[in-house]
Every structure is written in structure tokens, then in C-alpha cells.
Design a protein around this ligand. Structure first.
Ligand code: AMP
Length: 198
């Protein structure tokens, strides 16, 4: 099963991804996590990406697609994978289709987590407060101003993927406003049609 999570920053993609990883035994491929690891390791990609990420902008399509293409070669992706944070532009979506086609694979399902904007901002403030309470520093792009900018980037560049996948009949909408368990239950109901679960 090849699955894509779509949704604005803070919609709960990461939280729900953890549930899917466990239930369906497929890896989560978060381009945000992969890029943050590259930044921390100060690789050439990380050095290029750091400022772009801190400002809430998107890293170039070529860089991100190359990271994904390499990652999906790994053995643990043979049975499928969950893409979290990729594709984020129409160009990336086409690059993904092309790389999968070469392997005679295709995206099975795209889950859109729908949440309202006020809730996103409330969740952000809570996350920042919790991080600080643990004695950690929040992510550089996790402040109100950059977050609002990332939300706008989502609307401008990523939301157009919703009609793109709807036209392919792959889009499933999930109400992301409920409890974590309630959202997971909706996702399970969709995914149980697709592949073996644990
Ligand atoms: P995330 O953790 O998914 O919110 O990603 C954090 C940051 O990493 C984003 O704001 C972008 O700067 C960068 N990033 C992650 N995924 C992508 C992608 N698919 N395309 C471009 N930039 C990305």
C-alpha cells in the first residue's frame, strides 16, 4: 500500500502516521524529518535546506524528490510506505508518479486531514508551551508568524494536489478535528480495504 497524507501543518499527520506504521507495518517517510536529519548532520543537502526551512519556505522539488527516490529503494519500502509531507507541489506529485511508474508501482490512496485554521493555531500554541515545559527549544519554524506563513504556502502550493488526486479517484477526506482515536478510526475504515493489517 502506497499512501499519501495531505493536510496543513499541525493537522496531526505525524501523530496519525505513527498509528498507521504500527497497524499496517509500513514505514513512514517524512520529508520534514529527513531534511531535519540532513540539517543536523550538516550534509550538503542540509546546508542548502536549513535557511529555507527556518523561513517556512519549501526546499526545491529536485532536492526533495531525490531524497524520496533514494529512500523508497530501501527494502522496508517493498511492501508499501506512507508519505508524510511529500508531495507538496504539483511538480513533486508528477515526479512521484514518474518515479513510481518506473517501478511499476502507483499511489493507492491519498488521505486529506481536514482541520480548521483556529484549531491549528491553538494546537501550535499548545505544542510550543509543551516543548518549553519539557525544557526544550521549539523548532525554528514553530512560531506563530512562520506558522501562518507555512499555512499560506500550504494553501498556495500544496492544496492544489487535492483536486489532482480527486480527479484520479484516490482522495479520501478525514475529519481531523476529533480526538486522536476518532481520527485513527476513520483512517482505519478507509485503509482496511487496501492491505493486510497487523
Ligand atoms: P514538515 O515537518 O513536513 O512540516 O516540514 C518542515 C519543512 O521541511 C517545511 O516547511 C519545508 O521547508 C521542508 N519540507 C518538508 N517536506 C518538503 C517537501 N515535500 N517539499 C519541500 N520542502 C519540504
Amino acid at each position: 500500500m502506497i499512501l499519501i497524507f495531505l493536510g496543513p501543518p499541525g493537522a496531526g499527520k505525524g501523530t496519525q502516521a505513527a498509528h498507521i506504521v504500527e497497524r499496517y507495518n509500513i514505514p513512514q517517510l517524512s520529508t520534514g524529518d529527513m531534511l531535519r536529519a540532513a540539517v543536523a548532520a550538516q550534509t550538503p543537502v542540509g546546508k542548502k535546506a536549513k535557511e529555507v526551512m527556518d523561513a517556512g519556505n519549501l526546499v526545491s522539488d529536485d532536492i526533495v524528490a531525490a531524497i524520496v527516490e533514494e529512500r523508497i529503494e530501501a527494502e522496508d519500502c517493498a511492501g508499501g510506505f506512507l508519505l508524510d509531507g511529500f508531495p507538496r507541489t504539483d511538480v513533486q506529485a508528477e515526479m512521484l508518479d514518474a518515479m513510481l511508474q518506473k517501478k511499476e508501482r502507483a499511489v493507492d490512496v491519498v488521505i486529506e486531514l481536514k482541520v480548521d485554521e483556529t484549531a491549528l493555531l491553538d494546537r501550535l500554541k499548545k505544542r510550543i508551551a509543551e516543548t518549553r515545559a519539557r525544557g526544550d527549544e521549539p523548532r525554528k519554524d514553530d512560531n506563530e508568524e512562520t506558522f501562518k506563513y507555512r499555512l499560506q504556502v500550504y494553501k498556495d502550493l500544496t492544496a492544489p494536489l487535492i483536486p489532482f488526486y480527486a480527479a484520479q479517484d484516490k482522495l479520501k477526506e478525514v475529519d481531523g478535528m476529533g480526538s486522536v482515536a476518532a481520527v485513527s478510526a476513520q483512517i482505519d475504515a478507509i485503509l482496511d480495504d487496501f492491505g493486510p493489517k497487523n
